[in-house]
Design a protein around this ligand. Structure first.
Ligand code: AMP
Ligand code: MG
Length: 300
């Protein structure tokens, strides 16, 4: 999809004036605001109805910007950035005091990512500073993976249309601030891939650890419909509305890239219950399973 140049310049002007704008990244659409503009960041929380204790991710377009945001950057950061950036890996570092505390919900840390979507990179570059960009949905709803999904939740917001997101689930989040590297949120960059780059084992944050993983305690990614998860094909039974990871009759298929849009589709049809069949191979996908379990209310 081609964004009209005029839209692009309008988006830059709005962002510079402190007005949040939605834009595409390769993971999901984000609701952007300049990281150093506290009032604009506040608007992002308000528009989404996001709890103020759920910190945001700062999106950068070049490595030098990381040093405007973080201090005491360990060598492991540069290795991970070299291997996975631009891409769907978010890295938590120590926050520079100049970065408004509201961005990190008061934590002394800051989550940073360099997205690979060219439109996101171009926008950050044009605004001249990193952009916070939580998913451009109402808090708790499935994340938006196309411009129309953003419009569904945030009617009057400007959204730059960059087509469908290629990854489709939120970034992997890891922390480099503690004594041990910790995986805070699984995603399409896997724990094994991170361990291979670091040459060491990575710990997994427990959901009961609010300091390490503040966002994990909030309900997430849920459609309005009730979700029933089936892990064994013989247990599908009478499903009113089924989505499946491999062919089952004429059920719509889903994978990482269209999972959220399948949930939104079901909500638009007004179905009461969605049955999700997940075959054994897909059950190995830690990132997608995390979102499915949350959508089903089986994980908080
Ligand atoms: P979202 O922007 O909705 O994809 O959520 C951002 C995720 O990154 C949440 O799950 C947060 O818990 C996590 N996160 C953001 N900033 C920090 C931080 N400073 N420390 C730990 N986790 C963070
Ligand atoms: Mg989100």
């Amino acid at each position: 999809m081609k964004v009209v140049e005029e839209d692009f310049y309008k988006a830059i002007a709005l962002l510079k004036a402190g007005e949040p704008v939605a834009f595409p990244t390769e993971t999901v659409y984000g609701l952007g605001a300049p990281v150093f503009n506290e009032a604009a960041v506040k608007k992002v929380f308000a528009i989404k109805g996001r709890p103020s204790d759920n910190p945001l991710i700062a999106h950068v377009c070049r490595m030098e910007e990381v040093e405007r945001l973080a201090v005491e950057i360990p060598e492991a950061f540069y290795r991970l950035a070299k291997a996975f950036w631009p891409g769907p890996l978010t890295i938590v570092l120590r926050r520079r005091p100049e970065v408004p505390a509201i961005v990190s919900a008061g934590h002394p840390t800051i989550a940073i990512r360099m997205p690979s979507h060219p439109m996101a990179l171009r926008l950050i570059e044009a605004v001249g500073e990193p952009l916070v960009a939580p998913s451009a949905n109402l808090s708790g709803r499935p994340s938006p993976t196309k411009a129309a999904d953003v419009k569904e939740d945030l009617k009057d917001r400007m959204v730059l249309d960059g087509g469908e997101c290629s990854v489709g689930i939120e970034s992997t989040v890891i922390s480099l601030v503690g004594p041990k590297v910790l995986l805070l949120r699984p995603g399409s960059v896997t724990q094994e891939e991170i361990e291979a780059v670091l040459g060491e084992k990575v710990g997994v944050a427990s959901k009961n650890d609010p300091v390490h993983s503040p966002g994990m305690k909030h309900a997430h990614y849920a459609p309005r419909a009730k979700v029933r998860l089936v892990l064994d094909e013989t247990q599908i039974g009478e499903a009113n509305y089924l989505i499946a990871s491999e062919p089952v009759g004429s059920a719509p298929l889903f994978d990482r890239s269209n999972f959220y849009s399948r949930l939104r589709e079901a909500d638009r049809l007004g179905v009461e219950e969605i049955t999700i069949y997940c075959d054994p191979k897909m059950q190995q996908d830690a990132g997608l399973m995390n979102r499915i379990l949350r959508a089903a209310g089986l994980m908080h």
